[in-house]
Design a protein around this ligand. Structure first.
Ligand SMILES: Cc1cc2nc3c(=O)[nH]c(=O)nc-3n(C[C@H](O)[C@H](O)[C@H](O)COP(=O)(O)OP(=O)(O)OC[C@H]3O[C@@H](n4cnc5c(N)ncnc54)[C@H](O)[C@@H]3O)c2cc1C
Ligand code: FES
Ligand code: FES
Length: 484
């Protein structure tokens, strides 16, 4: 058991003896007094607190057929330090805006200054960090990538055009690597199995077996994926985490498995990594994931956490349910596999037992004659929670719908399948009559809530209209609406 958290801070080995649930933002500003990292919203939305996290484990190895572990070169990604706990950076590299500059300005800083990309400057450090993360990682990034990288950074006074131009300039010049420790250096700061300081304990099991043992012995301890849900409560309500079991280093939960017919994601695989894997199979799912929070959120938030949080408006479940996903629950007593739709019982209540964890989620690869689309309706295109999310998957054979799976989020207390609507399509030739019956069944099944995101009436209309949109998309009538 260790009392200190070890990491590289702007390239230098650092030890911190603080509660592992202290936020990285609070620590940065109060202890080393690196105040370039700002606090805006304190809930992962504005990007003012962005930092880069680097570690040698988070670069997925591209292999087919067998388990893929995360190893290789040091991979940097942006994260929101306001919802990141100090325990989560144990064994990793942390780069703040102060650390980007060496003898000279970092190319992103230089381009921002030359382009007049900043006025009041409050947002600027976070924007520099996000662009530096992009410039370090993605060779040949295009404008969409620049917009994606900036989707989690609010700037209220300059306007984005000169900021995007600064990004373009750095990318055109070939990007810029982050100067920092090499992979071998991380051996000196290997993650501790347990950190305990000032009454808070942070476990970091490295295998599923150790995780399940901990889960059995400490069912009350908080299971922490990427902390993008839990971290908001930590930051907003200053709620402490006395005992945490982090999933970030459990190798089985970090694996992606690809077989001839399936893709299986360990529960601690991040949305950014899921995006990389599904893009070639289900482009519509990839479009949805690109709209999931921001780069900062997708780089930390996991597929297991999105299911575990059991939000009725989570974006993953409708798409996964329509794809026929199966969830694997593991405990020391064994593993059980459920269709994802059976995992959600009532509002925020799930099948998960106190000694279990979500181990993996698997989806079939696309089959012959299959059409899949998922639509997210929200007030903003980027960085917003769904009002309604609808996913449709049909398989057609000789012009007839052989099977259909339809799932909705935002329409009930849990993500739900639309059984009658599916039946309206099965056996049909996917024509106007069938789609009208499908839309009518959707209207009849759901009794959504009215809240500030949308009235019940609005949700019902949107939900039914999305069936028509699916029909028109499959017929090739509509085009993807991209960011404005
Ligand atoms: C600014 C912002 C934007 C967001 N945008 C979106 C969005 O567009 N769409 C969306 O759907 N969500 C969004 N979210 C919510 C969140 O990012 C996702 O739900 C994410 O997938 C959660 O994953 P996590 O690993 O961070 O979960 P955590 O916060 O670590 O955990 C969430 C819950 O799941 C449990 N859990 C985690 N892993 C497991 C496991 N393996 N087994 C059992 N239980 C587990 C935890 O105990 C906890 O109860 C957003 C959040 C923020 C802060
Ligand atoms: S302070 Fe706004 S995202 Fe962290
Ligand atoms: S420069 Fe003022 S908010 Fe961006």
């Amino acid at each position: 058991m260790s009392q200190t958290i070890r990491f590289f801070l702007n390239g230098q080995k650092q030890e911190a003896s603080v509660r592992p649930d202290m936020t990285v933002l609070d620590w940065l500003r109060s202890t080393p007094r690196l105040t370039g990292t700002k606090e805006g919203c304190a809930e992962g939305d504005c990007g003012a607190c962005s930092v880069l996290i680097g570690d040698p484990w988070f670069a997925p190895r591209q292999t087919q057929g067998e388990e893929t572990h995360h190893e290789g070169e040091v991979h940097y990604h942006a994260a929101n330090s306001c919802i990141l706990a100090m325990g989560q950076i144990d064994g990793r590299a942390l780069v703040t805006v102060e650390g980007l500059k060496g003898e000279q300005l970092h190319p992103v800083q230089e381009a921002m200054a030359e382009n007049g990309s900043s006025q009041c400057g409050f947002c600027t450090p976070g924007i520099v960090i996000s662009l530096a993360g992009l410039a370090a990682g993605k060779a040949g990034a295009n404008d969409d990538d620049i917009h994606d990288a900036l989707a989690g950074n609010l700037c209220r006074c300059t306007g984005y055009r000169p900021i995007v131009e600064a990004g373009r300039k750095v990318i055109r010049a070939g990007g810029a690597k982050i100067a920092g420790p090499q992979v071998a250096a991380f051996a000196k700061i290997e993650p501790h199995a347990t950190i305990s300081a000032s009454g808070a304990t942070f476990h970091q099991p490295a295998s599923l077996n150790v995780l399940l043992q901990l889960r059995k012995e400490r069912p009350e301890a908080i299971l922490l994926g990427g902390g993008t849900d839990l971290g908001v409560a930590l930051a907003d309500y200053h709620s402490g985490w006395d005992e945490v079991v982090s999933l970030a280093h459990v190798s089985e939960l970090r694996a992606v498995r690809e077989t001839e017919n399936h893709l299986s994601f360990g529960a601690a695989v991040t949305w950014e990594e899921v995006l990389e894997r599904v893009a070639g199979f289900y482009p519509s799912f990839a479009t949805l994931i690109r709209r999931f929070g921001s780069t900062q959120i997708r780089s930390m938030g996991t597929i297991g956490g999105n299911i575990g949080t059991a939000s009725p408006i989570g974006d993953g479940p409708p798409a996964l349910i329509a794809l026929g996903a199966e969830v694997e629950l593991a405990s020391l007593s064994g593993h059980r596999f459920l269709p994802l739709e059976d995992f959600f019982l009532y509002y925020r209540k799930t099948e998960l037992r106190p000694d279990e964890v979500i181990a993996s989620v698997s989806i079939p690869k696309p089959g012959e004659g299959q059409e899949f689309r998922v639509y997210k309706i929200s007030k903003r295109y980027d960085q917003d929670i769904s009002t309604v999310c609808a996913a449709f998957s049909i398989v057609r054979e000789e012009g007839q719908v052989r099977s259909a799976r339809i799932a909705y989020g935002g329409m009930a207390a849990t993500p739900q399948r639309a059984g009658q609507a599916e039946q309206a399509l099965v056996g049909s030739s996917f024509d106007r009559k069938a789609i009208d019956a499908c839309a009518a069944a959707i209207t009849a099944q759901f009794k959504p809530l009215t809240d500030w995101r949308g009235s019940a009436d609005y949700r019902l209309k949107v939900a039914a209209n999305l069936a028509e949109r699916f029909w028109r998309d499959v017929a090739g009538e509509t085009v993807e609406v991209m960011a404005l």
